[in-house]
Design a protein around this ligand. Structure first.
Ligand code: FEO
Ligand code: CA
Ligand code: CA
Length: 641
């Protein structure tokens, strides 16, 4: 989320210990070889990878990488290794059905047309395979559309906000469900009743401890709950639902009322009169903080979507808390549904939810009765507290426990969840450098968390070079026996991003130099896929001059190997990655190509192509976010030998 990325400040004014404090202390012992008996540093001349020996022993060495690294790039291109192909699929504006409205390169499509087209700014994504049919290999691609770029979305750019422009923006947000298939050797969209857009205007339901009738969710204007916004990363459940996460929802709200004063809770969530400058509130009172104050409480949740039922209502699962949800990564915790979630703000926290019930029992009930019920409605939300000695605990956010009492101003569990950030402040969670995606290793069950960058939050001086943390890093978290339901953990720094020219602690080289990790996924063979989101203020500028455009890398920790797999066009981030089950096709998203950058300038309505014209390169067109389909010429597994 570029607009948010540009804001250095966070909203966490609590005195809680920061992740930098903890790493500063623990890295001394890790690098000194004294973090427990098993600490091993995999330098290998390629990357600073720190991984515990038991984990290294468990990871088969077969997950080796079999491609030649692509170089860094500042070109307006999408580059994959030799022997691979990359084809654009479903760019912004592609009609959901072949009979739908065509995309207009002058951005003159209406809101009604946009509702029948692929949204803008593709982000988290999952591929749900379907049983093979007459079209051959096919599945449902489900993806988020995080936000919109007003300069590219409207013919007249960001000037004069109107209701029609708000409506088009809402229609370009949300989620797409679209059937795709490998037809005649090429991946393409397939007309299907599954094809669906969920937007900022789609009716939604609330479930769990916070109901739609909760007083804090009532609209002063009387509008019913609608829409999901700023869907960044995502999740997938083994009962075949999709989790769309609401991240920087606060930016859409604002007010022109100069008397407006934000409450402490509103301030903690970044709500203020100015918003992020979208100015929707000028035209649409739904987003006016003064006129419709509680509308903002309807956002900041994880939304569960059943892509296999096009008539189903998306449900906001409130038990998973309200914050700036980056992603929601499922893991099995001894039968419990566990969901790992980052709160992407400078100085915010890492969470996990543990269900009360065995998720397989709930899944069977749903299958047998056809009555929709989710294991994500009942359970406990925890927040991470990391200790300097490489251990940590998950602290429950449960009303009546510890400090979260009526006497301390917490009315009930719904109150705790609506104000999750403040509850986490109160229990003493560890401040971190912008937690983004989490990934779970399919064999070791270790959890990896990207921390994209941050100010360092007052870390002490010493061997820790990460104050500020300009380049980000990746944490490894493990639980005894790989049981995700446990409330104690061990952690270590897995990988430091950065440029050795500016940070001597970084040991990356030309094949894998990177910064600002964001997207993260581990495939079934154990290859780690790392995507970057260098902000457009930093891309191709001092500190990032040698890293250049955003990229995706593959890492094989067992062999201390890491290589750059692709580079993206100018102004874009790379986000969202999944393969087909046979691993022979990979889907990756290019988000916000051509956005305003400090290095290349700001596009205008008359020249929307100033920074990028990817992927169409139409001299009269404009850049478009898109999914890219990556395959091997020899038909092999992506990334493998
Ligand atoms: Fe939307 Fe935190 O990236
Ligand atoms: Ca992200
Ligand atoms: Ca990001």
């Amino acid at each position: 989320m570029t607009i948010a990325d540009e804001r250095a400040e966070g909203s966490n004014t609590s005195a809680n210990q920061t992740m930098q404090d903890v790493i500063a202390l623990s890295r001394r012992s890790v690098l000194g070889g004294s973090l427990g008996a098993g600490a091993v540093a995999f330098m290998g001349g390629t990357a600073t990878m720190l991984e515990s020996a038991p984990v290294a022993a468990q990871v088969a060495s077969t997950a080796t990488l079999g491609f030649t690294a692509v170089p860094v790039s500042d070109a307006d291109t999408f580059v994959v290794p030799a022997g691979y192909t990359a084809e654009v699929l479903i760019p912004w504006g592609t009609p959901l059905l072949s009979t739908g409205p065509a995309w207009k390169k002058d951005a003159s499509n209406t809101a009604a047309e946009q509702e029948q087209q692929i949204g803008m700014h593709h982000d988290g994504m999952h591929y749900f395979p379907l049983m093979s049919g007459p079209e051959g290999q096919q599945g449902l691609l489900v993806l988020n559309h995080e936000y919109v770029d007003p300069i590219l979305l409207y013919p007249d750019g960001a000037t004069e906000m109107t209701q029609a422009k708000v409506d088009k923006a809402l229609a370009a947000h949300g989620v797409t469900v679209i059937k795709v298939g490998l037809v005649a050797g090429k991946w393409q969209t397939i007309n299907s009743t599954y094809n669906r857009r969920i937007t900022g205007n789609t009716p939604v339901a609330f479930s769990g401890p916070v109901s739609a009738s909760h007083p804090m969710l009532q609209s002063e204007l009387g509008n019913t709950p609608k829409g999901t916004l700023n869907n960044c990363a995502h999740g997938w459940t083994p009962w075949n639902t999709y989790l769309a996460c609401e991240e920087n929802f606060n930016g859409y709200f604002g007010t022109t009322n100069t008397a407006f004063v934000a409450t402490a809770a509103e301030t903690r969530y970044g709500l203020n009169a100015a918003g992020f400058g979208y100015r929707w509130h000028v035209a649409d009172p739904r987003f006016d903080l003064n006129a419709n104050r509680k509308e903002a409480n309807r956002f900041g949740w994880v939304v569960e979507i059943d892509p296999f039922d096009p008539t189903s209502t998306p449900v906001k699962r409130t038990a998973l808390g309200r914050f700036k949800h980056e992603g929601a990564t499922f893991a099995d915790g001894n039968g419990k549904a566990v969901v790992y979630m980052g709160d992407d703000e400078n100085g915010d926290y890492f969470y996990k939810f543990v269900s009360a019930e065995n998720w397989r029992d709930v899944q069977k009930e749903w299958f047998n009765t056809k009555v929709r019920r989710s294991p994500l409605d009942t359970g406990v939300l925890y927040v991470a507290k990391f200790e300097p000695n490489g251990t940590g605990t998950w602290l429950p956010l449960v009303h009546g426990e510890g400090v979260l009492t009526v006497a301390n101003g917490w009315a009930d569990q719904a109150d705790v969840l609506i104000r999750t950030r403040q509850a986490a402040d109160a229990v003493g969670a560890t401040k971190m450098d912008r937690p983004e995606w989490a990934a779970v290793h399919p064999r070791t069950q270790n959890v990896y968390l990207t921390l994209t960058n941050g100010t360092g939050w007052g870390a002490p001086s010493g061997p820790n070079p990460r104050t500020p943390n300009t380049y980000g890093h990746i944490l490894e978290v493990s639980h005894a026996g790989g049981d995700h339901s446990l409330l104690t953990m061990r952690w270590s720094v897995f990988l430091l991003g950065g440029d050795p020219a500016f940070d001597p602690n970084v040991q990356l080289n030309a094949s894998n130099i990177f910064g600002s990790p964001d997207g993260y996924w581990i495939d079934r063979d154990g290859r780690h896929w790392i995507q970057t989101d260098i902000s457009n203020g930093s891309q191709n500028r001092t500190g990032y001059l040698n890293i250049k455009n955003n990229m995706m890398l593959a890492a094989d920790p067992a062999n201390a190997d890491m290589r750059r797999f692709l580079t993206g066009p100018r102004g874009a981030e790379i986000t969202g990655v999944i393969t087909t089950p046979d691993q022979k096709t990979m889907f990756v998203n290019v988000q916000h190509p051509g956005e305003s950058t400090t290095a290349w300038g700001t596009p205008t309505p008359t020249n929307p192509r100033l920074v990028s014209n990817w992927p169409d390169f139409d001299p009269e067109g404009r850049p478009r976010a898109a999914t890219v389909v990556i395959r091997r010429v020899d038909g092999g597994k992506i990334g493998a030998l």
